[in-house]
Design a binder for this molecule. Structure first.
Ligand SMILES: Cc1cc2nc3c(=O)[nH]c(=O)nc-3n(C[C@H](O)[C@H](O)[C@H](O)COP(=O)(O)O)c2cc1C
Length: 338
């Protein structure tokens, strides 16, 4: 039986057991991973940008549905201009609606232009933003839920770099729609803290990178499992596209180039930051090169394990956190000290 504390707007929206969302992971959120999330009782999102050919995305959606055993899943549409140009966004949303997908996670840009068609198709929109001011904007344009990922997160923490604990408190004061907190979440106690602070759930990326169902070389996962919270770094802020990645040769080269020439521009950085190099690292396990998104929750990853076991650990920690907050009821006949 799931603890009633975990019954939130998030579990009700997705029909999931736990108020945890597995955020889209470029190149890594495929049918194997997303369906493992569904089977384990949380919702995950295929990354549309990892499947540039519409037929490939369509096939991956169908495969995910088959493997999900009726569990919830959705598609992440990162609307960063470089990844998915505007014209494709429309096409991707149309394909998602056609395939009967019920959930999307949007990020990178205001989804307002597409909300009417998504609502028409009965799709629940979870929009991801890097700070509470953007969450307020998303709320005003009518998204269903919003996740706010703080400075600790793997991938793009935005430019404000506000930490997740401050985001939680600000969001509780400023938002009326259900919100999730992400960035650095890798312990069940953090889920309870988020729920106590007014969130309806958490979004996780980094902590799940060591899941057995993630399609990546074992050496990549071993490197992450052995990494610490201090093994990430920020770069790309000179081109207003700040990213937190594993601290490796590539990230250090990019940061040095930016420090030497703050006006450097994306063209000069592209040979280092191209997604293809990162993708190769997932295939070969050589983590010294490529911009490999990873957050401070690396310090909480532990060993490579099936996703269900990782989730089981988070749930146990969350229950222990709840028990710390709830005093044990007095047993009959026991005197209550005054
Ligand atoms: C390897 C990796 C790839 C990611 N790719 C995407 C992506 O394509 N689209 C997106 O919206 N978010 C992406 N994210 C962000 C995650 O969905 C999630 O918001 C974030 O990882 C949460 O913070 P955490 O890493 O501290 O758990 C990525 C994160 C990681 C670690």
């Amino acid at each position: 039986m799931t603890d009633p504390a975990f019954d939130t707007a998030v579990t009700r929206a997705y029909g999931t057991r736990l108020p945890i969302v597995a955020g889209g992971l470029m190149w890594l959120s495929d049918a194997a991973y997303v369906s493992a999330c569904a089977r384990a009782g949380i919702v995950g999102f295929l990354t549309a940008a990892s499947f540039p050919e519409p037929d490939a995305l369509r096939a991956e959606i169908r495969k995910t549905r088959e493997m999900s055993e009726c569990g919830a899943f959705g598609v992440n549409v990162s609307m960063l201009p470089k990844l998915v140009p505007g014209e494709r966004t429309q096409e991707i949303f149309a394909l998602i609606a056609e395939e009967g997908v019920r959930f999307v996670e949007t990020s990178g840009r205001n989804p307002e232009p597409w909300l009417p068609m998504l609502k028409e198709a009965g799709i629940t929109v979870l929009h991801k933003v890097p700070s509470v001011r953007f969450a307020e904007k998303a709320q005003s344009v009518g998204v269903d839920m919003v996740s706010i990922v703080g400075a600790e997160c793997g991938g793009h923490p935005g430019l404000d770099l506000v930490g997740s604990f401050v985001n939680l408190a600000l969001a509780e004061r400023r938002l009326k729609i259900p919100f999730l907190i992400g960035g650095g979440v890798g312990h069940g106690g953090q889920l309870v803290a988020a729920l106590a602070g007014g969130a309806s759930g958490v979004v996780i990326g980094t902590r799940f990178l060591v899941a057995e169902e993630i399609t990546a070389h074992p050496d990549y996962k071993r490197a992450l499992a052995g990494a610490r919270e201090t093994d990430t770094m920020l770069s790309m802020s000179s081109v207003r596209n700040t990213i937190r990645t594993l601290k490796n040769e590539t990230a250090q080269t990019v940061a040095r180039m930016e420090a030497e020439n703050p006006e450097i521009g994306i063209e000069a950085l592209l040979p280092h930051v191209s997604g293809r190099i990162g993708r190769r690292a997932y295939e070969t396990g050589d983590v010294s090169r490529g911009m490999l998104s990873a957050g401070q929750a690396l310090g909480l990853t532990g060993e490579i394990a099936p996703l269900a076991r990782i989730l089981g650990g988070l749930e146990e920690e969350a229950l222990a956190a709840l028990a710390r907050l709830r005093p044990a009821p007095a047993r009959s006949g026991e005197e209550i000290a005054v």
